[in-house]
Design a protein around this ligand. Structure first.
Ligand SMILES: Cc1cc2nc3c(=O)[nH]c(=O)nc-3n(C[C@H](O)[C@H](O)[C@H](O)COP(=O)(O)O)c2cc1C
Length: 213
């Protein structure tokens, strides 16, 4: 088995500072320990030729992206379209690369990623990649113990040529904090940011586009 993994980062924040990059590092650690070479590309500025050649030489492709409006960031979708179009016109390889998607969203419930995961799965099928599973994270990919464990279990399985095991979903699907705590915490943060910018709590409740009676 060849051991070349390609990580595609779909966050505009880049390959170092984004949550997408951070969670992908935990997933690829077991791969690197097992001797895989891991290449990272930032989808926002990757050269198109480099992207396509990297895909050709990869045995495993990992897309790690944030959720944007229940979907993927527009530049990620654009890149997906380019890849599908290109691969539609090229002969099928003997061994299609395996494909895994990790999506992280801002809300506590990882299930918000479900529609976007279906988009990823469809992309994998259209691009003739072998679907090897998905991981959905909430709370902006916050790295608690059970999330880290899930990512490591997934990385170990992938490093041995297996898909993401069902156990990973069991570890990652439950929200990390109660919904109410998230709302209260979110409100405190919004008020703090508003104050820092010279705005009041009342300004936060403004509804300038609300239709007038
Ligand atoms: C334009 C935009 C749209 C977003 N849409 C959603 C959304 O629909 N649901 C959600 O839970 N989080 C949403 N988020 C939050 C991001 O998914 C979340 O902050 C994520 O952790 C960012 O990951 P990154 O650091 O890799 O970019 C959105 C953020 C932005 C900037």
């Amino acid at each position: 088995m060849n051991r070349d993994a390609l990580v595609l980062i779909g966050s505009p924040k880049g390959i170092e500072k984004s949550a997408s990059a951070r969670v992908s590092l935990v997933l690829t650690e077991p791969l690197e320990t097992a001797g895989w070479s891991v290449k990272r590309l930032w989808l926002y500025d990757a050269d198109e030729d480099e992207l396509l050649t990297s895909i050709l030489s990869a045995d495993l492709i990992i897309l790690s992206s944030p959720l944007y409006f229940d979907s993927l960031p527009a530049p990620v979708i654009r890149r997906m379209e380019v890849v599908v179009e290109k691969r539609r016109r090229t002969p099928v390889e003997e061994k299609a690369p395996r494909f895994v998607s990790i999506l992280n969203c801002g809300f506590v419930e990882p299930k918000h990623n479900e529609t976007a995961q279906r988009i990823c799965r469809r992309f994998a099928s259209r691009a003739r990649f072998e679907w090897y599973g998905s991981i959905s994270l909430g709370c902006a990919g916050a790295m608690r113990r059970r999330i880290r464990r899930g990512l490591i279990i997934a990385g170990e399985a992938l490093s041995k040529g297996f898909p993401v095991p069902p156990k990973v979903k069991r570890l990652t699907k439950k929200p990390l904090i109660p919904r109410l705590a998230y709302i209260v915490g979110g409100n405190v943060t919004w008020r703090r940011i508003a104050k820092k910018n010279g705005l009041s709590k009342g300004d936060l409740l403004a509804q300038p586009y609300k239709p007038r009676p």
